[in-house]
Design a protein around this ligand. Structure first.
Ligand SMILES: N[C@@H](CCC(=O)N[C@@H](CS)C(=O)NCC(=O)O)C(=O)O
Length: 250
């Protein structure tokens, strides 16, 4: 199968798509893109939208982590990403939608808010990436890209604070799906691949790791994505983190 995956280094839905290709045993080439620049490149190579993950496979273009899951399942049914039982499939799809629509974005906002304060950690998120420019140079000259990405992602103080406040409830929902067997079963499914990279990315923040790693959701992330690139030293204001620390202490 001829497959090329377009990603932004450190992007959690991009990691989800790569994991699903690996799960299916489909070899693929990867094109690493810089944020913001990615939008123009994706349009230039013919994708209708401007976000990663974007996949060219067998001559077709598929964009979006959930769409990619379905296309991979259609092209290569084994190993399945969705359970055959309709009720179990509905539960996996509900968890997968939550991962895409509710979990991804607050984590993205916290990260971009962090890069606004200090962009030096950006380099660690690009480990192993081929961006076409030396990464040190990209980081040194990256202030406009960070400012634009933070703006696109609406990573204002107010929204980042709200994102931190949402985390305990989001983590509780993931733990509950693990508890009822929807996630982290013997066979990993599309929802595991959707959610685990978001959790793994959250754990790259020194501010968040200790509140996540000992929960069931932390174990899921470590199982599915044992090494996620990137590390952001503590940057979030302590008062934003109070709900998270009290939640993990319970
Ligand atoms: N919910 C979408 C998310 C797509 C998305 O927002 N991707 C981000 C990266 S995580 C992106 O392409 N951002 C453009 C940019 O940073 O310039 C999915 O799961 O595919």
């Amino acid at each position: 199968m001829d497959a090329r995956l377009y990603v932004i280094p450190g992007s959690h839905p991009s990691a989800a798509a790569a994991l699903m290709l690996e799960h299916k045993g489909i070899p693929f080439k990867r094109t690493d893109l810089m944020p913001v620049v990615s939008k123009g490149v994706l349009r230039a190579v013919g994708f209708p939208g401007n976000t990663v993950p974007a996949l060219k496979i067998e001559g077709d273009k598929v964009q979006g982590s959930r769409q990619i899951a379905r296309e991979l399942e259609r092209l290569r049914p084994e190993a399945p990403l969705f359970p055959a039982d309709p009720d179990k499939r509905a539960a996996v799809e509900a968890a997968e939608s939550f991962g895409d629509e509710e979990l991804q974005h607050p984590i993205r906002q916290l990260l971009w808010w962090g890069f606004k304060q200090d962009r030096s950690p950006l380099k660690s998120y690009s480990e192993g990436a081929k961006l076409g420019v030396p990464i040190d140079l990209a980081v040194k000259t990256g202030a406009p890209l960070v400012a634009l990405s933070a703006r696109f992602n609406e990573a204002s103080d107010e929204n980042a604070r709200a994102a931190a406040a949402k985390l305990p409830a989001l983590l509780d929902r993931v733990d509950a799906w693990i508890e009822d067997g929807t996630l982290n079963g013997d066979q990993l499914n599309a929802a595991d691949f959707q959610i685990a990279p978001s959790i793994a990315l959250a754990m790259t923040l020194d501010d968040l790791r200790s509140a996540i790693e000992n929960r069931p959701t932390g174990a899921l992330a470590k199982r599915v994505v044992p090494s996620y690139p990137g590390r952001m030293p503590a940057v979030l204001p302590a008062e934003w983190l109070a709900p998270l620390s009290s939640d993990s202490a319970v």
